[in-house]
Design a protein around this ligand. Structure first.
Ligand code: ADP
Ligand code: MG
Length: 292
C-alpha cells in the first residue's frame, strides 16, 4: 500500500477506535481467515462475580468462602478478585494467609488459620492427589450455565465449590455474527473448563473451542494452525495472551487489557469490543483495494 493510503486508513481506524501499529499489520490482516479469541476479558466483560458457594463433607458455606477468600487476597487473578469481593459483600471477615503459592493455570494454595487451603480447577485437585467426588455433578450443572467453578480444599479434603459468572459483553454477539459474515472461522481459546467453555461458545455460535489451555499453549495452537496454512489473528487482553498475540499473523489487543498485550499486538481495540475487528477488516480491505 502507498504511505498515503496507509495514513488514511490509520487515521480512519483511530477515529473508529482501532489503533493500527503499522502498515504490515493492515496488509497481513486482509489475508486472515481464522480468528482465535480469548474468552475472559475478550468475549466476556472480564469482571467475574461470585454467584454461589457450595459446602460439602460437613463444612459450612460461610467458612468455605472465608477460607477461600482469605487465601485469594494473595492473588491478582480476576477470579480471585471476584471471590474476595463476594466475601466482603456478604460481610465475611477475612483472615491472614501464609505460604501463599499460585499455580499457573490451576489455582492457589497456602494456609489460613493454620489450616491447609487450596482452590482451583480439577488439575489443581489432582495435583493434590484428590478427586472431586460427589461435587462433580454440582460443578457440571453450574458449568453448563457458563459459570467458572473452583473446588475448595481444606485440610486435604474437598470442602466445597465457589462459582463465578462473567457476563458476555453486550457487543459480543453482534460482533461475532458480523465476523462470521465476513468469513472468519472463529475459535475460542481459554484456560477455563471445557464444559464452561462449551456453554459460552454455544450461545455465541463459535465454531470451535480449545479449553483447559495453559497460558503457554495459546501460542502453540496458533503455530499449529499456521503450519496448516491458515492466516491467524488472535484477540486477547491478558498478560498470558502476549506470546500468542506476538505469534499470530495479526495480534489484536483489547485497549482495556494489559499493557504487555497491547505492546505485543498489531491492532488495539480502544474500547475493548470485538466490533472493532469488523471495522478493521473493512479498513484493511478498502486500503488494499484502493492501491491495486
Ligand atoms: P484464563 O484467563 O484463560 O481463563 P487461567 O490460566 O488464568 O485462564 O486460569 C485457568 C483456570 O485455573 C481458571 O479457570 C481457574 O479454574 C484456575 N485458576 C487460575 N487462577 C486461579 C485463582 N487465583 N484461584 C482459583 N482458581 C484459579
Ligand atoms: Mg483474558
Amino acid at each position: 500500500a502507498t504511505p498515503m493510503s496507509i495514513m488514511t486508513a490509520t487515521g480512519r481506524g483511530a477515529q473508529a477506535g482501532v489503533l493500527i501499529k503499522n502498515a504490515e499489520a493492515l496488509e497481513r490482516f486482509e489475508k486472515v481467515d481464522t480468528l482465535i479469541v480469548d474468552k475472559t476479558g475478550t468475549l466476556t466483560e472480564g469482571k467475574p462475580r461470585l454467584v454461589a458457594v457450595v459446602a460439602e463433607n460437613g463444612h459450612d458455606e460461610t467458612e468455605v468462602l472465608r477460607l477461600a477468600a482469605s487465601l485469594e487476597r494473595g492473588s491478582e487473578h480476576p477470579l480471585a478478585e471476584a471471590i474476595v469481593r463476594g466475601a466482603e459483600e456478604r460481610g465475611v471477615e477475612l483472615a491472614a494467609a501464609g505460604d501463599f503459592e499460585a499455580v499457573t493455570g490451576k489455582g492457589v494454595k497456602g494456609t489460613v488459620d493454620g489450616r491447609a487451603v487450596a482452590l482451583g480447577n480439577l488439575a489443581m485437585i489432582r495435583e493434590l492427589g484428590l478427586e472431586a467426588g460427589g461435587l462433580t455433578e454440582k460443578a457440571n450443572g453450574r458449568r453448563d450455565e457458563g459459570e467458572t467453578v473452583m473446588f475448595v480444599v481444606v485440610d486435604n479434603g474437598v470442602a466445597g465449590l465457589v462459582c463465578v459468572a462473567d457476563p458476555v459483553k453486550e457487543t459480543t454477539p453482534d460482533a461475532l455474527k458480523a465476523l462470521h459474515e465476513l468469513g472468519f472461522r472463529i475459535i475460542m481459546a481459554t484456560g477455563d473448563n471445557e464444559r464452561t467453555a462449551k456453554a459460552v461458545a454455544a450461545r455465541l455460535g463459535i465454531d470451535e473451542i480449545r479449553a483447559d489451555v495453559l497460558p503457554e499453549d495459546k501460542a502453540r495452537i496458533i503455530q499449529e494452525l499456521q503450519q496448516q496454512g491458515r492466516k491467524v489473528a488472535m484477540a486477547g487482553d491478558g498478560v498470558n495472551d502476549a506470546p500468542a498475540l506476538a505469534q499470530a499473523d495479526v495480534g489484536i489487543a483489547m485497549g482495556t487489557g494489559a499493557d504487555v498485550a497491547i505492546e505485543s499486538a498489531g491492532f488495539t481495540l480502544v474500547k475493548g469490543n470485538l466490533d472493532g475487528i469488523v471495522r478493521a477488516r473493512r479498513l484493511a480491505h478498502g486500503t488494499m483495494r484502493n492501491i491495486r
